[in-house]
Design a binder for this molecule. Structure first.
Ligand code: BG6
Length: 515
């Protein structure tokens, strides 16, 4: 269904273009006073409230070790919204939102604490007329996933699947650090929650531009006929970050870029670009097709890993002209750390559609700018007519999907320069969300939280997909873990990765797109 922009604007203002969550609900955030809640979850909930998209009756209950009460928690939320919300804080709306926020001080790994948490939840739900629907959000370190879920079970907080009132669980990444640990976590969670009650977040799937990949591919007849080995030369997916690891060394030292970005976000982007058309938009149908792609990735093991991957760590350099430290000098990082902050790799999808088409993935911290995009590079036109001069080959067409910032997409095409001579120049057809639709797009967490409330799992990772990704990633991790003496390549902060990443591309006869 297409609509004109005025209609669309009024639909958006009335919340009609959004999924609807109407059932009263209590959102219990374990880790409720942590960084994720501060930066992302509470601002997202506030924006949903302002848009009138939250259920009419609802409570948000933060749970954590901080010794604070409801009023201090509301101050914490207010600060997060003022600093990180896409909208500035409106006092009147804030007051009504704040009244739904509560905090329970509780060390969730201590036995018995769930009894007092339970009584507090009962009181809140009774006072606010809530029916007992609960969403539990695991915004805690992964080591606490299993203990928390077990405590929920012992305290009888979890209703069976399909029961009313419902119980749902949101799990943040990382689910595990390799295939074995991911399976162990999933088994323990599956002992308490049915798969249909579990919503594993990969916040990239909540980004507008990422959702638009399917619309672009399957809502237009231009692109889909070209998306295959006959017409596509190669695909590049880049997720570049300008920031370093900041204060996250504790997590990042155990993770690195392969686990942090490739195993989840980038493989999900790859799956969306490469999947077959699903027969419907049902959550499981879409997720089945994405899983097919993950399972068709050509395995990388042993020496094949060395040929197809590059990992590196940032050294001291510059960010917008200001000197910044190298990774090893970041607070909390070991001087002998071999944690990679950059990964580039060449991968193949061994199915009929994509046989032989290389996909290049690249991600890193402390790169020159924050820019994420997918570029689909079409094959060259034949070396005849306008492309017959071997010294002046035409630029092949490129479809670029800009995920962030400056969301949109562009099509690079060859065009004649006006004048009596035939001169060809590459031009860009460019669509920008900002200029066409105006305003700021909802943050990924807004969409995802709303979907959990509405019970729609399409944009969440199913267990088989998480394990499929780990199945493919784990041999790469194993190979890297064997190589403890070879020096790790480095790149200066503010560079586009190490020279090895360029050589990877050169040896494949291509070059990285300049962002
Ligand atoms: C997170 C990673 O999942 O995604 C972070 O743990 C990374 O290391 C972040 O910075 C990037 O998300 P975004 O939405 O800023 O691109």
């Amino acid at each position: 269904m297409t609509v004109d922009l005025d209609t669309l604007a009024s639909e958006l203002a009335a919340g009609e273009a959004q999924p609807v969550a109407t059932e009263p609900v209590t959102l219990v955030i374990f880790g409720g006073a942590g960084d994720l809640a501060h930066r992302k979850l509470l601002p997202a909930l506030y924006n949903l409230h302002v848009d009138g998209l939250l259920p009419p009756r609802m409570a948000v209950v933060g749970v954590g070790r901080k010794d604070i009460g409801d009023d201090q928690y509301r101050e914490f939320a207010r600060d997060g919204i003022q600093r990180f919300s896409r909208r500035s804080l409106d006092e009147e709306r804030w007051d009504s939102f704040a009244s739904s926020l509560f905090f329970v001080n509780s060390a969730i790994d201590q036995p018995g604490v769930f009894a007092s948490l339970g009584s507090r939840l009962d009181i809140i739900e009774h006072e606010r007329g809530l029916a007992g629907n609960r969403i539990y959000y695991l915004a805690v370190p992964p080591a606490l996933f299993v203990p928390t879920v077990q405590q929920l079970s012992h305290a009888r907080f979890v209703a069976p699947a399909d029961a009313r009132p419902f119980s749902r669980l949101i799990v943040e990444k990382p689910v595990g650090r390799d295939l074995a640990s991911a399976r162990a976590i999933s088994d323990a969670i599956a002992a308490v929650f049915d798969e249909h009650q579990i919503y594993r977040i990969d916040h990239y799937l909540g980004k507008e531009t990422v959702q638009n990949i399917l619309v672009l591919r399957f809502g237009n007849s231009f692109f889909e006929p070209l998306f295959n080995k006959k017409y596509i030369d190669h695909v590049q997916i880049t997720v570049a970050e300008q920031e370093g690891i900041g204060t996250r060394a504790g997590y990042y030292e155990q993770s690195g870029a392969l686990r942090d970005m490739i195993q989840n976000h980038m493989l999900q982007l790859l799956a969306l670009v490469a999947m077959e058309p699903p027969r419907s938009l049902d959550a499981d149908v879409v997720r089945d097709e994405k899983l097919e792609v993950i399972q068709s990735l050509r395995p990388l093991e042993g020496e094949a890993v060395d040929m197809a991957t590059v990992r590196a760590q940032y050294a001291a350099g510059f960010d917008l002209g200001a000197p910044v430290p190298g990774y090893k000098d970041e607070p909390g990082v070991s001087r002998s750390s071999r944690t990679e902050t950059f990964v580039a790799m060449q991968v193949f999808i061994d199915n009929w559609r994509w046989a032989g088409v290389p996909f290049f993935l690249r991600t890193g911290k402390r790169l020159p700018k924050r820019a994420s995009e997918i570029s689909i590079h079409l094959k060259e036109v034949p070396p005849i007519l306008f492309n017959r001069d071997p010294h002046r080959r035409l630029d092949p067409n490129v479809l670029t999907i800009r995920i962030q910032p400056d969301e949109g997409f562009a099509l690079g095409i060859s065009s004649k320069v006006p004048g009596p001579r035939v001169r060809i120049y590459p031009v860009n057809m460019d669509f920008r969300y900002g200029s066409t639709f105006g305003g700021s797009s909802p943050e990924a967490y807004e969409r995802l939280l709303l979907d959990v409330m509405a019970g729609d799992a399409t944009l969440f990772m199913r267990r088989d997909s998480v394990e499929g990704s780990w199945h493919w990633i784990t041999p790469i991790l194993d190979r890297w873990a064997e190589q403890t003496t070879d020096p790790l390549p480095t790149y200066g902060a503010g560079d586009w990765g190490p020279p090895e990443a360029d050589r990877l591309m050169e040896s494949a006869g291509r070059s990285w797109r300049q962002l």
